[in-house]
Write a protein of this length. Structure first.
Length: 312
């Protein structure tokens, strides 16, 4: 099986009350961990690359790594997705470079500018068999080149979604209902809650249309503790409760983005390994541990949050 688009994935997910995991990739070990877990659990999967990943690894390397995973696991439907494409030129480059899905994130611009840029990307992508995600509303937090202060974040306005989707022709819509980028999503003592009422209203206005949640890492505390116990200094790292994400996945949310949790798992494995084996210097030794942590996290998400296991 070659790389696919998310079209059929989302149709099945919407009808089946589950979501597809969109996991950020930066290197070979992360690609291996994600796709091995997906293969073992018979789950479709989306591999996505951010601006930071493409700068770090180069898009060509990332495309070839994902193509290798497709060759090794031909039974697993895989999408290669651009995460937070900043403009038309960025999206065009990835479309021309082998991505099967792109996100145009013009949400920090005016509503009219967001429509125009998203429409332009959708037209170019659709002519080449590529699908497009756009964003309406603005998430707080930090992810690579995306940085939004909490006081600048905005919930998605349900009154705008029909006009936006109709005028742009995009295939899925990322909305802001309380998720946040990064590992420091909420202040200690707060009770994180997603605005599922906004999700319900958006779903009512866009029946059958795939909705996306960004910034949906849950920041597993066991890995935070391992990092801090082995020389780290992650203070007050708090994420999205998994039960709320599972509830969202039962409805219109067909794609849930997860990045920080994978970073935490990789870092916890590497830090712990160095403390326990100070004489080691072979990257294959410590990266093996980090890779296994990432695989365990992906498997947990597929089964307990996304509900996408056994859906191939």
């Amino acid at each position: 099986m070659a790389l696919v688009t998310s079209t059929e994935m989302f149709k099945k997910a919407y009808a089946g009350g589950y979501a597809i995991g969109a996991f950020n990739v930066n290197n070979m070990e992360i690609v291996q961990a994600i796709t091995e877990a997906a293969a073992e659990l018979k789950s479709p999967v989306i591999l996505q690359a951010s601006a930071g990943a493409r700068k770090y690894a180069n898009s060509i390397y990332l495309v070839k790594l994902v193509e290798a995973a497709v060759e090794l696991h031909p039974e697993v439907p895989m999408v290669l997705h651009l995460d937070h494409g900043a403009d038309f030129a960025t999206c065009k480059s990835c479309i021309d470079g082998g991505f099967t899905s792109v996100m145009i994130d013009y949400s920090s611009h005016s509503f009219e500018e967001n429509i125009e840029e998203s429409r332009k990307v959708a037209e170019y992508a659709h002519e080449r068999g590529v699908v497009v995600e756009a964003e309406l509303g603005t998430l707080a937090g930090i992810e690579d080149a995306v940085s939004v202060d909490a006081d600048k974040a905005m919930f998605t306005d349900p009154d705008q979604v029909e006009e936006f989707v109709t005028k742009t022709g995009v295939d899925s819509l990322a909305i802001a209902i309380g998720t946040s980028h990064g590992a420091y999503k909420f202040k200690p003592g707060t009770d994180p809650k997603l605005r599922l009422d906004i999700l319900a209203e958006v779903s009512r206005r866009l029946p059958g249309f795939p909705i996306v949640l960004h910034g949906s890492s849950s920041v597993p505390q066991e890995y935070v503790k391992i990092i801090n116990a082995n020389g780290g200094a992650l203070k007050d790292a708090i994420g999205i409760p998994e039960d709320q994400l599972r509830e969202a996945a039962k409805g219109a949310v067909c794609k849930i983005n997860i990045d920080s949790d994978l970073r935490l798992g990789m870092t916890a494995g590497v830090r712990q390994h160095f403390v326990e084996h100070p004489d080691h210097f072979d990257p294959r030794q410590y990266l093996t541990v980090g890779r296994q942590n990432v695989k365990d996290i992906v498997a947990h998400k597929i089964i307990n949050v996304l509900g996408s296991d056994g859906k191939i």
